[in-house]
Design a protein. Structure first.
Length: 605
């Protein structure tokens, strides 16, 4: 039937043929360059600017380049987007002997790059230069020659510079545009593996590339990364609230957006009317963006409202970060709020986790299954980073790494839902009925499932179709070292980049696991007659997905389907996720069969 016609998608992310990748100049051409100074009376003002015709700067970049709270830090990198452009500004707060300026000079040097180069336009390639220019202006405030020279060298020369094809960008999502055919108009940006794109031969991973913060992302959010990932897959509006500096939060925005991409092989199985293949990253936003967010909210979840052509992505979900706490109080503008710990939390004896909540203060926690998966993920990352040394397992470095991870995992338990009474009753009954064999078998199956998401990252035979280890070494040897200006020509150790690549692939495989399992469930429901014109008969074991009557679209979801998706069969939040995922990508209603304990055919809990 439909299952054999479609075929089950493999758990990998397909790469385009290498010859189709066009090598771009090392630095992407810029559409604007500007210098913003802080004046104690006038506030932030643009004191120098250069831009291509039609690029607006006044009243825009001053606010987006300098979020609240920057006066408390000495330097920062701020990413933002505006009207088809990605922005990057390098901020410097330098002490000076000038009482009129409060003994400090605060300024930012920034650029705009067309978003046609990717979700950040590869703006990070300019980061090191912008930081150097900003530091120079903190000392030599009148020397605009360096700005004029930088503009002359890097400005977009003609219209072709502003309009590269999506496949031209090796360090951003490789997108293939598809003409929308659904009533709800939006462009489906079909992405291949962002992770694999980082490793394309002949290209370098820039020292300021956001992907370098992927392992920090896992340590920061712990098992909470999984409910965040699920919200991103559902294309929710996700707001990260924190404090200056904002560079790390901007990196997290980028990475969560990348982790929630729909892999190309899986995307090809979805209809054009399903959700966008990627989550919009807005990066740093503030109070001046409230009108934009309010307008976008009009289209969020409203399939009857069609946004204007120039706002085709309106209402399709987004992720952003802010230092303006007032945005946190406007819970009609977002679907999920992530509140980061204060800066001094890094000195706490125990790890302070971010809080994740839904509107009206509903707290989000990871499931028991998320915690077990996170332990497996951390173990896999440790192997990729070389923390697990087989030949010398008791070296001080390895022991320290284990102790640090164990402490982190122990602290993470506080962010996990407690085990339900039903789950405890089931475990106790199955232990008694099978002398523990059933539970051990379930644990082995679960461990194998988690391991499959991390298998063969050094082999070309399975998974992401990665090159052989020798090929990776040849490619990675040209990568720029992390944040190292003193060893720019030194080769990068292969393990240093492999972990970031593996994390991206891991989440893309998990996404494929979610969607391919649902495709099988849809096919099975079609084969069994569920979804005919007659309505589904209600039963105590069935949980309504919605009060609305969606005849002909019902899909039977039992605990085995949820387990194969890698979700928690005992968690109400995971059940709700399955329902929303079916609606979002397949326009189907889920009828979820509850898991319980039966004795002699009688359901007892």
């Amino acid at each position: 039937m439909a299952a054999s016609r479609r075929g089950q998608p493999e758990l990998h992310v397909r790469l385009p043929p290498t010859p189709s990748v066009v090598a771009l100049p090392d630095l992407p051409p810029i559409s604007a360059l500007f210098l913003i100074d802080f004046d104690v009376k006038a506030g932030y003002t643009i004191s120098w600017k250069a831009s291509k015709p039609g690029v607006e700067l006044e009243g825009v970049v001053e606010y987006k380049s300098l979020p609240s709270g920057l006066h408390t830090v000495s330097e920062d990198l701020i990413y933002f987007v505006n009207d088809g452009y990605a922005g990057l500004s390098a901020f410097v707060n330098a002490p000076v002997e000038d009482t009129a300026a409060r003994n400090a000079r605060m300024l930012a040097v920034g650029i705009l790059v067309p978003l046609s180069y990717g979700r950040l336009g590869r703006a990070w390639k300019h980061a090191e230069s912008l930081k150097a220019i900003a530091s120079r202006f903190a000392v030599h405030s009148k020397d605009v020659g360096v700005l004029e020279e930088y503009w002359e060298k890097n400005q977009a020369r003609d219209s072709t510079d502003d309009s590269p094809t999506p496949n031209d960008d090796p360090e951003s999502p490789i997108a293939i545009s598809k003409t929308p055919q659904a009533p709800r108009v939006h462009t489906r940006n079909r992405s291949a593996s962002d992770g694999a794109a980082l490793m394309l031969p002949g290209h370098r991973l820039s020292p300021f590339h956001p992907a370098w913060s992927l392992t920090k992302l896992l340590d920061t959010f712990g098992p909470l990364i999984f409910p965040i990932h699920r919200a991103a897959l559902l294309r929710k509006r996700i707001l990260i609230s924190g404090h200056a500096p904002v560079e790390e939060a901007c990196n997290f925005v980028y990475n969560i957006s990348v982790l929630s991409n729909i892999p190309l092989a899986t995307s090809n199985l979805l209809s054009s009317s399903s959700a966008s293949d990627r989550l919009r990253p807005l990066f740093s936003i503030g109070v001046h963006d409230i009108p934009f967010l309010a307008d976008d909210a009009k289209y969020s979840g409203n399939t009857d409202a069609t946004p204007p052509d120039n706002e085709s992505e309106a209402g399709t979900g987004w992720i952003a970060c802010t230092t303006d706490s007032i945005l946190c109080k406007k819970d009609t503008l977002w679907d999920m709020l992530i509140t980061m710990p204060p800066p001094h939390a890094s000195n706490a004896q125990k790890h302070i986790w971010p809080s994740v909540e839904l509107p009206q203060g509903v707290l989000v926690k990871a499931t028991q299954r998320d915690m077990r998966r996170f332990r497996s993920l951390k173990a896999g990352v440790a192997r990729m980073e070389g923390n697990v040394v087989v030949s010398a397992p008791n070296t001080p470095q390895t022991v320290a790494a284990y102790q640090e991870d164990d402490a982190l995992l122990d602290d993470a338990e506080q962010m996990v839902e407690p085990t339900s009474w039903t789950a405890l009753a089931y475990s106790g009954f199955m232990w008694w009925a099978s002398a523990g064999e059933k539970l051990r078998s379930d644990e082995a199956d679960e461990a194998a499932q988690d391991a499959s998401l991390f298998n063969d990252f050094t082999s070309s035979s399975v998974g992401m179709k990665m090159p052989r280890t020798a090929d990776i070494a040849a490619s990675v040897s040209s990568l720029t070292p992390r944040r190292s200006s003193t060893a720019a020509s030194a080769p990068l150790d292969i393990d240093e980049a492999r972990a970031e690549l593996a994390i991206i692939a891991y989440f893309h495989r998990l996404t494929t696991q979610f969607l391919s399992t649902l495709i099988d469930a849809i096919d099975s429901s079609s084969d069994s007659g569920i979804g005919d014109e007659s309505p589904v008969e209600e039963d105590d074991a069935l949980i309504d997905a919605d009060e609305e009557d969606i005849q002909g679209h019902g899909v039977q979801i039992d605990s085995d389907v949820i387990k194969r998706m890698g979700l928690d069969i005992w968690s109400a939040s995971d059940v709700e996720f399955v329902k929303q995922l079916l609606r979002t990508y397949f326009d189907r209603q889920a009828y979820v069969e509850g898991k319980g304990v039966e004795v002699c055919g009688i359901r007892v809990c």
